[in-house]
Design a protein around this ligand. Structure first.
Ligand code: AR6
Length: 169
């Protein structure tokens, strides 16, 4: 059984085996969680992302997929980068958001990570409504077959925290 824990705070301050990054396909950085992870983690993360782009991810990381790098100076062993779907009023694909959580946990299992911190993927720049994103995130983790012992959702503000808490009631 995977324990689901909610924390309000900054994901870059967590001590876990793996921190999940809400990245974009380029893997070359951005704002939000992505910017914060690269800022605090230091240049080693970007250097490894560039190597991935130069090798088997020449076209970038597809939406819904996940890949790991070093965590640099973060208090974690790995950063798992995943690309959430952009929300559109019609035609958004919940299965791609589910896939971000499932694929990140699959990568965590490959690495042997037992504690994994997730942000609320796609709920910032990518515009996914928080309540719906929380429902999808919690369901994806509950349905995953994984060796991960603790999934820690790290929610940046009270609104996000309450949306996730409502899913755990
Ligand atoms: N810790 C935890 N949560 C955070 C933090 C933090 N330090 N900073 C922001 N959040 P976003 P997305 C919350 O925009 O929607 C980037 O530019 C934030 O309040 O980081 O998947 C990438 O490069 C929101 O609820 O990710 C992509 O281009 C949630 O994390 C794009 O944004 C996700 O917001 C990805 O957009």
């Amino acid at each position: 059984m995977t324990a689901i824990i909610l924390v309000r705070g900054d994901i870059t301050r967590q001590s876990v085996d793996a921190i999940v990054n809400a990245a974009n396909s380029s893997l070359l950085g951005g704002g939000g969680v992505d910017g914060a992870i690269h800022r605090r983690g230091g240049p080693a993360i970007l250097a490894e992302c560039r190597r991935l782009r130069a090798s088997h991810l020449g076209k970038g990381l597809p939406t819904g997929r996940a890949v790991a790098t070093t965590a640099g100076q973060l208090d974690a062993r790995w950063v798992i980068h995943t690309v959430g779907p952009v929300y559109r009023a019609s035609g958004s694909e919940p299965s791609l958001l589910t896939s971000c959580y499932r694929e990140s946990l699959r990568v965590a299992d490959e690495l042997g990570a037992r504690t994994v911190a997730f942000p609320a993927i796609s709920t910032g720049v990518y515009g996914w409504p928080m309540t719906d994103a929380a429902r999808i995130a919690v369901a994806a983790v509950r349905e995953a077959e994984t060796e991960v012992e603790e999934v820690r959702f790290v929610l940046f503000d009270e609104r996000a925290y309450e949306a996730f808490a409502a899913q755990l009631d």
